[in-house]
Design a protein around this ligand. Sequence first.
Ligand code: NAP
Length: 246
Amino acid sequence: MTNLNDHKVLVTGSSRGIGAGIAKVLADMGAQVAVTYSSSKEPAEKVLASLPGEGHLLIQLNVGDPESVDAAFKTINEKWGSITGLVNNAGITADQLLMRLKPEDFDRVIDTNLKGTFLCTKAATKPMMKARKGSIVNITSVIGQMGNAGQSNYAASKAGTEAFAKSVAQEIASRNVRVNNVAPGFIVTDMTDVLPDEQKKAILANIPMNQLGNVEDVAMAVAFLLSDDSKYITGQTIAVNGGLYM
Ligand code: NAP
C-alpha cells in the first residue's frame, strides 16, 4: 500500500463527495489531513471524526476568496509548521446552455474551480519550495478534456486548470515541487446524483467499463501522485474514467 507517513495534506472541499473520500484514503495511508468545508460544517466534522490517526485539522475555507485562503494557510502553518501536499478538489457546477448562461454563473464556476486552484496553489507553493519538497494535485474532469453541451463554464474551468498545472509545474520542478491532475469521469457523488435518470443512462452507454466510478477510485490516483512513488512525475493528468475518454 502507498505510504503517506509524515505527509501533511490540505484537501479543499473535503466535507462531502470525492474530497471526503480522498481525506479518508490519505489518512488510512498515514497522512495528516486538513479537512475543509465552505458551508457544510457538520458533515465536515463527521469526516474529521472518521479519520484514523492524529493531527488532522478542520478548517473553513472559501477557495475563491483570497482572505479566506490566507487565513486557512496561516492556521495550517501555525498548527503543522509545514505542508507537504495540496489537493485542489473544491469545485462546483452551474450548468446551462450558452444562450442562457448568465455572466454571474460563468464567473462563479471560474472563481471556485480555476481561481480557487490558483489561490491555494500560490499559498502552498511558497513553503513547499522552501522545503524543496511538495506535491500538488488538482481534481479536474473528463469534461475539461472532451467538452459537454451545457457545461461550457465548467469545461473551461477544468481545461484551464490543466493548463495552469503544466505551467506551474515547469516553474517549480527544479525545487522538487510537483503539480499534477486527476481527471475523473462520472463518479457517484451529490454532483452526479442530481442528473436525470435519462442522462445517467446515456452516460453509462458511453463508458466502456459500463459503470460509474466511486470516490476511492479517484482517491487512489491522488494518493499515488502525492506519494514518493510518483517522484519523477510532474505536469501530467491521470484519467480515472472507466475508459469514457482515451
Ligand atoms: P460535491 O459532492 O458537490 O462536493 C463539493 C465540495 O466542494 C464540498 O466539500 C463543498 O463544500 C466544496 N466547495 C464548494 N464550493 C466551495 C468553495 N467556494 N470553497 C471551498 N469549498 C467549496 O462535489 P464532488 O462531486 O465531490 O466533486 C469534487 C471535485 O471533483 C470537483 O472539483 C468536481 O468538479 C470534480 N469532479 C467530480 C466528478 C463527479 O462525477 N462527481 C467528476 C469529475 C470531476 P460544502 O460542503 O461546504 O459546500
